[in-house]
Design a protein around this ligand. Structure first.
Ligand SMILES: [Zn+2]
Length: 138
């Protein structure tokens, strides 16, 4: 089991996100009372503390804000993939998301360049939202 990659553990606060991802839809949590959009999911709205929140689809478009390259495998399951990139994306709708860049290396594009979501199917029950340079061929 130690060679397996860690998997998301769906709970009441993130279940909607992962269910949508499995349908290849990127979502963020939006407050039903004040419309504050945020990610990851939280028990109460960071804007007004309401507990009435919903997962709503977003465009999947964003900009590359930052990136790093992991040279160390913190989990054995990633050992064969190091070094790999980890990126910070600012979604068009505001929330930030940490992911990986597909189809290019981060140093080949510029901070501020447009990226778009690209779903990576792991298996029947898990699809990971990742990103690629906007306009790239799948
Ligand atoms: Zn709110």
């Amino acid at each position: 089991m130690s060679s397996m990659k860690p998997r998301p553990k769906p709970d009441v606060f993130n279940k909607g996100f992962w269910e949508a991802a499995n349908q290849r839809q990127l979502t963020v949590q939006r407050c039903d009372d004040c419309a504050h959009s945020h990610y990851p999911g939280t028990p109460v709205c960071p804007g007004c503390l309401s507990s009435k929140q919903s997962w709503v689809p977003v465009s999947g478009r964003g900009t590359l804000l930052s990136w790093v390259r992991f040279h160390r495998a913190y989990w054995d399951g990633f050992r064969e993939e190091v070094p790999y990139n980890v990126i910070l994306v600012g979604l068009e709708e505001g929330p930030l998301m940490i992911s990986n860049l597909l189809g290019a290396e981060p140093e080949d594009i510029r901070i501020g360049d447009a990226v778009e979501v690209a779903f990576e199917t792991v298996d029947d029950t898990l699809t990971l939202p990742k990103f690629r340079p906007a306009g790239a061929v799948a």
